[in-house]
Design a binder for this molecule. Structure first.
Ligand code: ADP
Length: 277
């Protein structure tokens, strides 16, 4: 059962001006409830524009997006759509501004018109969900580590209880420790099982470890769509990802020489590619 339906979606920035820039062209997608979808592709391929269309930050000029059956174009309640589809932007910690962690997480739920007790409950629950100690509640978010700040920002979105969580480049700019911390956090949220997760990344490798389905964007279109395994095992497909045929052949040969079954061992292929790149 799909929670998001994208139908014939196209988007051009500054249309009918000399600065017109086509960012998405005729996208059709259906995202299942409870899935973990990675959206990958080079810079400028349309990933951010696509996810902004999914929670109504950009209203599609052409085509439509249905969130739980509700049309973005027709709805009179965009606020509800944004509550259902929570978006963690790139570098979300730049949007932390309150003097305490608790106040920052409370910002969204307060705007939902919940009582003080309900807001407090949401804050505590969200901190638990991102596995941060309740002791941090009264600390300034600015005193925390990079990975912790990002978890506070994610908690702020979780406190709105979204059905879909979109994370745009959640590991950007973090050191390896912070990156591992966030990826394991995202995996933990997924394992809890009550949210559909979409994660945007320019790294196939990073997404392939977590996602069940991967969508590869290229020049504003969906270039590939499949399980990580499907995307990695097919030499032709690797080639599509701007690897040259000799590079693909080399990866395949390297793998075979290690006795791997290239038809089934997708992640090994990924690792081999990394090593010989
Ligand atoms: P990605 O997230 O994959 O890097 P984007 O969705 O940000 O890609 O961008 C897709 C295309 O749209 C790019 O060519 C980019 O330069 C252009 N673009 C993105 N945002 C804007 C904007 N606000 N105004 C004009 N062009 C934009």
């Amino acid at each position: 059962m799909s929670i998001l339906e994208v139908k014939n979606l196209s988007h051009t920035y500054s249309p009918n001006t000399p600065f017109a820039k086509e960012a998405l062209r005729d996208i059709n997608l259906s995202i299942d409830r409870g899935d973990f979808v990675g959206i990958v592709g080079h810079t400028g391929s349309g990933k951010s524009t696509l996810v902004q269309c999914l929670n109504g930050l950009i209203i599609p000029r052409e085509g439509d997006v249905m969130v739980d059956g509700v049309s973005l174009k027709k709805t009179k309640n965009l606020k509800d759509i944004r509550k259902r589809v929570g978006m963690v932007f790139q570098y979300p910690e730049y949007q932390l501004f309150e003097e305490t962690v608790a106040k920052d997480i409370a910002f969204g739920p307060k705007n939902l018109g919940l009582s003080a007790d309900e807001v407090k409950e949401r804050v505590e629950e969200a901190l638990d969900r991102v596995q941060l100690s309740q002791d941090l509640k009264d600390r300034s978010p600015f005193e925390l580590s990079g990975g912790q700040k990002r978890r506070v920002a994610i908690a702020g979105i979780l406190a709105m209880k979204p059905s879909v969580l979109i994370l745009d480049e959640p590991t950007a700019g973090l050191d390896p420790h912070g990156r591992d911390e966030i990826l394991s956090e995202i995996n933990h949220l997924y394992q809890e099982g009550d949210m559909t997760i979409l994660m945007v990344s320019h790294s196939m490798e990073e997404v392939a470890k977590l996602a069940r389905r991967m969508i590869v964007m290229n020049h504003g279109q969906v270039a590939m769509d499949g399980t990580p395994r499907e995307l990695f095992v097919q030499g032709k497909k690797l080639e599509d990802l701007s690897l040259t045929t000799p590079q693909v052949t080399k990866v395949m040969e390297e793998l075979k020489s290690r006795g791997a079954d290239v038809a089934t061992d997708a992640i090994t292929l990924d690792e081999a590619y990394r090593e010989i790149k």
